[in-house]
Design a protein around this ligand. Structure first.
Ligand SMILES: [Zn+2]
Length: 249
């Protein structure tokens, strides 16, 4: 797992890798996705382990059925109400989560798409967004910052491991819409830089550039550490970003 440096904020945040779990085969080993064909019992055990790693009760982790949109769900005191390690389903369809509740962890997943974790400097509120190109263009990052309900000047963000421009060639139309939305330099040859696009979206929402960290690891290049849909196709796992306001913090 990759620990996120949240500075003085009473917030814990991690990005998971594929290491440290109990799943086997293409899901080996820390797959957190429940709809990718992996054994449900293994997914539950993996999810319990990452909840421990972020320091919260697995019964209060909130997750989503991610749909590449810009909708935000606010999680209350019960978080996901046990669904994260219980039923594994019945989740709201959205791509970003916000909470003001200490001890409620937010979980967003990806296999190449960046997960963006956001937190207020005093730990008043945290957010997590699944930010693939569709979500980024739809405005999911700005919607998440807005739903946090605090001045963006007090918000920091971390953009998790994602498919790099080295491995993300896209068609002409998408290159054009990304350049139009986020500047010409998000296009690199025939590819786009999703991490830079996330940074631009955060800055546009008012987050200071000095408060944004972008993981440089490419999920497609690094098969030992990351799942990648681009590299492996449908039979692969999901890694996650998780964030939680510390209890008593
Ligand atoms: Zn790559």
């Amino acid at each position: 797992m990759i620990e996120v440096d949240t500075g003085a904020a009473p917030v814990r945040a991690i990005f998971t890798t594929r290491r440290g779990g109990v799943s086997v085969g293409p899901y080996g080993s820390l797959n957190l996705g429940a709809t990718v064909g992996d054994d449900a019992g293994a997914v539950r055990r993996n999810r319990e382990a990452v909840a421990r790693a972020v320091g919260c009760d697995h019964g209060r982790v909130a997750a989503l059925t991610q749909v590449h949109g810009a909708s935000v769900v606010t999680a209350g005191a019960t978080g996901g109400g046990g669904t994260f390690t219980g039923s594994l389903d019945g989740l709201a369809e959205a791509d970003a989560l916000v909470t003001r509740e200490p001890g409620v962890a937010l979980c967003a997943m990806g296999a190449d798409c960046p997960v963006v974790l956001m937190w207020h400097e005093e730990g008043a509120v945290v957010a997590a967004a699944h930010a693939g190109w569709r979500g980024i263009v739809a405005g999911v990052i700005g919607e998440a910052i807005s739903a946090m309900g605090v001045p963006a000047s007090g918000v920091s963000a971390a953009v998790g491991p994602h498919v790099g421009a080295c491995c993300y060639p896209v068609d002409h139309a998408l290159r054009g819409s990304m350049a139009e939305a986020f500047g010409d330099d998000v296009v690199r040859g025939d590819a786009v830089d999703l991490g830079l696009a996330c940074r631009r979206a955060l800055e546009r929402a008012g987050v200071a550039g000095t408060r944004i960290a972008v993981e440089s690891a490419c999920t497609s290049c690094d098969a030992a550490r990351f799942f990648s849909y681009r590299r492996d196709g449908a039979a692969t796992g999901r890694q996650a970003g998780m964030i939680c306001i510390g209890v008593g913090g």
